[in-house]
Design a binder for this molecule. Structure first.
Ligand code: HEM
Ligand SMILES: *[C@@H]1O[C@H](CO)[C@@H](O)[C@H](O)[C@H]1NC(C)=O
Ligand SMILES: *[C@@H]1O[C@H](CO)[C@@H](O)[C@H](O)[C@H]1NC(C)=O
Ligand SMILES: *[C@@H]1O[C@H](CO)[C@@H](O)[C@H](O)[C@H]1NC(C)=O
Ligand SMILES: *[C@@H]1O[C@H](CO)[C@@H](O)[C@H](O)[C@H]1NC(C)=O
Ligand SMILES: *[C@@H]1O[C@H](CO)[C@@H](O)[C@H](O)[C@H]1NC(C)=O
Length: 343
C-alpha cells in the first residue's frame, strides 16, 4: 500500500518532469508544422501574395501586427482579439485605434489553414509568418521563422496603451523601451526600418508640423522642401485620417527609409529622431549606405522580436478574433500548464 503510494508519487513526478521537458522543447523552432500542417507556410505566403496584389498597403499593415502583438505580453495573438462585453481588447488602445488595419487578411489566412489542418496553426504564428512574407514579397530579405506559439486567452487594452510608443517619442525614450525587451540600439534602428513600407495618418504628425514639443513651431529637423509637401498633405484643418507614405518607396522594402532620414525626410518624429540623436545616428547612416547590413540586422531584430514569449496559458484559436469556447475543466488544465511553465 505504502509502496504503491510512493510509486504513484514518483510516476506523477515523472509526468511532471516530462511535461516541463515537452513545454520547453516544443519551444519555438523552424519547421514546427512540417508534420502536422506541411502546407502552412506556403498557404500563408499565397494569401499574402494575393493581398499584396489586391491592396499593396495591406501587407505593411499586417507586418505591423508583429510589433504590436509581441510588445504586449509576448507574441500571443492578443492584438487580434475583438472586444467582448467582459474584456476590452487591444484594438482600441491608444496606438491602435483608427490605425491598425487589415485584420481581414489574417482572417483569410486562418480560414485557409483551418480548412487544410483544423486546430493546428496558431494565430500568433500566423502573424510571424505573414510579417516575414510581407517583407519578402516587397523586395526585402526572406528568412526562416521559429514557430510553435500559442494564442492568448485574453487581451488588455491598458497594457497596450501603456506600452506602445507614440509617434512623438524621441530616440532616447525608444532606446529605453526596446531595452526592456532585450532589444539593442541596433535592433531598434533596424526594426524601425519596417517603415520602409506602409503609410501613416496626418494625425500622427500634426504636432510635428505645427507645434513640436509645445514650441508653436515645426520640428526643425524636417527638410524645408519636404516640410512644404507635408504642410500641403496635412494642413491644420485636414481630416486627420488622411494618410501619407512612410518613405519615398512605400511598397518596396529597401533602405530608402534610411536615405530619407539622412535627408531630413522622415515622416514620423520617431523616425527622424533616429538621425538627430547621436546614439542612433550611426546605424541610420550605416543602413542608408549599405542595404545588406540593414537586411541582416532587420532579420536578427525580427527573430528577437518574435521570440518574446507570453508566460500565460494559451490555445490554438479557431477564429483569431475570439477565444475558443471551452468547458470549465479545460480551463483548470490550462492553469496547471501555466504553473509548469513558471517552474
Ligand atoms: C520604434 C518605434 C515605433 C513607433 C513609434 C512606431 C509608430 C508608428 C506609427 C505612429 C505608425 C502610423 C500609425 C498611423 O498614423 O495610423 C506606424 C506605422 C507602421 N509601423 Fe511602426 N512604429 C514603431 C516601430 C515599428 C516596428 C518595430 C514595426 C514592425 C516590426 C513597425 C511597423 C509599422 C508598419 C509596417 C507601419 C505602416 C502600417 C500601415 O501602412 O498600415 N513599426 N508606426
Ligand atoms: C497589464 O494589465 C494588467 C491588468 O489590466 C495589470 O495588472 C498589469 O500590471 C499590466 N501590465 C502592464 C505591463 O501594463
Ligand atoms: C526624450 O523624451 C523624454 C520622454 O518624453 C524626455 O524626458 C527627454 O527630455 C527627451 N530627450 C530629449 C533630449 O529631448
Ligand atoms: C535579457 O538578456 C539577459 C542576458 O542575456 C537575460 O538574463 C534576461 O533574462 C533577458 N531578459 C528578457 C526580458 O528577455
Ligand atoms: C502647443 O503645445 C503647447 C503645449 O502642449 C500648448 O500649450 C499650446 O496651446 C499649443 N499651441 C497650439 C497653437 O496648439
Ligand atoms: C478617423 O475616422 C474614424 C472613423 O473611421 C473616426 O471615428 C475618427 O474620429 C477619425 N479620426 C480623426 C483624427 O479624424
Amino acid at each position: 500500500m505504502f509502496q504503491d503510494k510512493t510509486k504513484i508519487t514518483m510516476l506523477m513526478f515523472l509526468i511532471f518532469i516530462i511535461n516541463i521537458i515537452i513545454v520547453t522543447s516544443t519551444d519555438l523552432r523552424p519547421g514546427y508544422y512540417s508534420k502536422t500542417c506541411p502546407q502552412a507556410e506556403t498557404t500563408v505566403r499565397d494569401v499574402m501574395r494575393n493581398a499584396l496584389k489586391k491592396e499593396p498597403r495591406s501587407v505593411a499593415s499586417v507586418m505591423r501586427f508583429q510589433f504590436h502583438d509581441c510588445f504586449v505580453n509576448g507574441c500571443d495573438g492578443s492584438v487580434l482579439l475583438d472586444d467582448t462585453p467582459t474584456m476590452l481588447g487591444e484594438k482600441l488602445a491608444l496606438s491602435n485605434i483608427n490605425s491598425l488595419r487589415s485584420f481581414e487578411v489574417v482572417d483569410e489566412v486562418k480560414e485557409a489553414l483551418e480548412k487544410a489542418c483544423p486546430g493546428v496553426v496558431s494565430c500568433a504564428d500566423i502573424i510571424i509568418m505573414a510579417s516575414r512574407d510581407a517583407v519578402a514579397l516587397t523586395g526585402g530579405p526572406d528568412w526562416e521563422v521559429r514557430l510553435g506559439r500559442l494564442d492568448s486567452l485574453t487581451a488588455s487594452q491598458d497594457n497596450s496603451s501603456n506600452i506602445m510608443p507614440s509617434p512623438r517619442t524621441n530616440a532616447t525614450a525608444l532606446i529605453t523601451l526596446f531595452q526592456k525587451y532585450n532589444l539593442s540600439v541596433k535592433d531598434l534602428v533596424a526594426l524601425s526600418g519596417s517603415h520602409s513600407i506602409g503609410k501613416a495618418r496626418c494625425f500622427s504628425i500634426m504636432f510635428r508640423l505645427y507645434n513640436q514639443s509645445g514650441s508653436g513651431k515645426p520640428d526643425p529637423a524636417i527638410d524645408h522642401v519636404f516640410r512644404a509637401e507635408l504642410d500641403k498633405l496635412c494642413p491644420r484643418d485636414v481630416d486627420q485620417n488622411k494618410t501619407g507614405n512612410l518613405d519615398a518607396t512605400p511598397v518596396i522594402f529597401d533602405n530608402q527609409y534610411f536615405k530619407d532620414l539622412v535627408g531630413g525626410r522622415g515622416f514620423l518624429n520617431s523616425d527622424q529622431t533616429l538621425f538627430t540623436f547621436p546614439q542612433t545616428k550611426g546605424f541610420v547612416s550605416l543602413f542608408s549606405e549599405d542595404q545588406s547590413e540593414f537586411f541582416k540586422a532587420f532579420v536578427e531584430g525580427m527573430l528577437k522580436l518574435g521570440d518574446l514569449q507570453s508566460d500565460k496559458p494559451g490555445e490554438v484559436r479557431k477564429n483569431c478574433r475570439v477565444v475558443n469556447a471551452r468547458p470549465a475543466h479545460i480551463m483548470s488544465e490550462d492553469k496547471m500548464k501555466n504553473s509548469d511553465l513558471s517552474v
